[in-house]
Design a binder for this molecule. Structure first.
Ligand SMILES: Cc1cc2nc3c(=O)[nH]c(=O)nc-3n(C[C@H](O)[C@H](O)[C@H](O)COP(=O)(O)OP(=O)(O)OC[C@H]3O[C@@H](n4cnc5c(N)ncnc54)[C@H](O)[C@@H]3O)c2cc1C
Length: 450
């Protein structure tokens, strides 16, 4: 833990804002996006430029307080006692080349700004479903998007970075100049340095077409089987997400949805209308509601309806190697048990396509997985958290036998480590790279224990 003198010295060392325990805004500043996580850092700083970041390296070296780069805290894990949280909002550059489809993006920029800038250009960002997640945190953690079957993981789109290394060197690197660091940055971002800018490939989307079909839970088993069967030979131009959503039993909701359980299927084609591809899904049940037609990245972001204000929540994510009939039946049966109702939604995303053959070398990979599952439990102040945690444990147990060998960092939940995102050899390679880049432990260990 740094001394109070060392912490106060931060104010003179940095031009950017420094907030310390006892400051009026400290509690708001230390809070991550997921309000259910209580992180207790020694300081929260907002450097203005690379010189400020270099000054921070010196403070960290002198005080022993590690730096934890956390643009927004969407991926917060809660273990930052004694660390200095670094917010990157000043690194806000955004330069898009619409001819080459390459964007240079500051590491404080959030996806919403990129999606907005690309609207109507015929290019899309390989962004996740939340507009307030940072491009850096997502891309350096793997990142799975609406376009992943077409263009791979977000980390696969990473061409180059500007990085400040723990020894103070600030430079642009790519696969030619430093392939090992690039490998680590594609999935284990925070381990190698502070990234100040990313260069990424955009996704060409000449004709975006989308379909959203909603079914009652009575049809959920047959519809999920149809989605599973479609995955066998769906083209990489088609991306499919499903969502099993239990509406709260709240009096303010209309009676036709209050307390009910629906399964929706969303399909996105980057190659124009794909009616024939989703025909089997449509025929697998009685469609209660549908929206079909040309769409755009902004419309997709709006349809995702992710919360943009900090929210408390708990969840569990899994990459699955298979989705067999028995698993589908067990999953829907599980969802119908009243004691599992704390789980509000379960997303299942179809993998495969371009994810099978990454273009660039990186730790992050979903090549050996077929499905990506995320379950969400809202955390409501005053409502006990235990039933939700028990339901998530039940879901983990239910899916244990079909789990894929690895998932990606952006789908880890608090407390989980990078050991879930690579083989034993990958982790050995990563630790060796980090030890060489950061022998003094200036960067917080994050999800890779020292
Ligand atoms: C509502 C919601 C929806 C989501 N949807 C998706 C989705 O569709 N697909 C998906 O893949 N993920 C999704 N996520 C997960 C999200 O992408 C990850 O949590 C991501 O890591 C968040 O990045 P952040 O920078 O916003 O978060 P932070 O917690 O601030 O940062 C995450 C980590 O990134 C690293 N990092 C960030 N910036 C830098 C930098 N400049 N230099 C070095 N390291 C850095 C650090 O290790 C840091 O701990 C979602 C999350 C939420 C809350």
């Amino acid at each position: 833990m740094p001394s109070s003198t060392e912490l106060t010295a931060l104010r003179t060392a940095l031009r950017g804002a420094v907030l310390l325990p006892g400051d009026a805004d400290f509690d708001a500043a230390r809070s991550p996006w997921n309000l259910a996580i209580d992180q207790r850092p020694a300081a929260v700083v907002s450097p203005t430029d690379v010189d400020d970041l270099r000054a921070l390296l010196d403070v960290a070296r002198g005080s022993g307080a590690p730096l934890a780069v956390q643009p927004s805290g969407h991926g917060a894990s809660g273990d930052l006692a004694g660390a200095i949280i670094v917010r990157m909002r000043a690194f806000d550059g955004l330069d898009i080349d619409l001819v080459s489809g390459v964007a240079r993006i500051g590491s404080g920029v959030r996806w919403g700004a990129v999606v907005e800038a690309l609207e109507g250009t015929g290019w899309a960002a390989p962004a996740g479903s939340s507009p307030v997640v940072s491009v850096a945190g997502y891309t350096l953690g793997g990142g799975h998007s609406w376009f992943s079957r077409t263009a791979g993981l977000g980390s696969d789109a990473l061409r180059a970075v500007q990085i400040l290394r723990p020894d103070g060197t600030h430079e642009r690197i790519d696969d030619d100049s430093d392939p090992e660091t690039m490998w680590a940055l594609r999935g284990a971002g925070g381990t190698m340095g502070v990234v100040t800018e990313l260069e990424i490939d955009l996704v060409r989307t000449p004709a975006l077409w989308g379909a959203g079909l909603t079914f009652d839970v009575a049809d959920a088993v047959t519809v999920l089987r149809a989605v599973r069967d479609l995955a066998v030979d769906a083209p990489p131009t088609l991306n499919v997400f499903t969502n099993s959503m239990r509406m709260p039993d709240a009096p303010q909701l209309p009676p036709e949805i209050r307390g009910r359980h629906f399964l929706s299927v969303q399909a996105l084609s980057v190659d124009g209308a794909a009616e024939s591809l989703i025909d089997g899904i449509r025929r697998a049940g009685t469609v209660q509601r549908e929206i079909v037609g040309p769409t755009s990245p902004a419309a997709l972001a709006a349809a995702s309806a992710e919360p943009t204000d900090p929210t408390p929540g708990a969840g569990a994510s899994f990459a699955l190697a298979a989705l067999d009939d028995a698993t589908i039946a067990a999953l829907i049966d599980f969802r119908e048990q009243p004691e599992q109702w704390p789980i509000m939604g379960i997303d299942i995303r179809m993998l495969g396509g371009a994810l099978r053959t990454p273009r660039r070398s990186g730790l992050a990979s979903l090549a050996a997985a077929d499905w990506l599952v995320h379950a969400l439990v809202p955390v409501i102040p005053g409502v006990p958290a235990e039933p939700g945690a028990a339901s998530l444990d039940g879901l983990r147990a239910l899916l244990a036998s079909v789990r894929a060998p690895q998932t990606v960092t952006t789908f880890l939940t608090p407390g989980q480590g990078l050991d879930l995102c690579g083989s034993v050899d990958d982790l050995r390679r990563l630790r060796a790279l980090r030890d060489a880049a950061d022998p003094e432990g200036i960067l917080h260990e994050g999800r890779l224990s020292r």
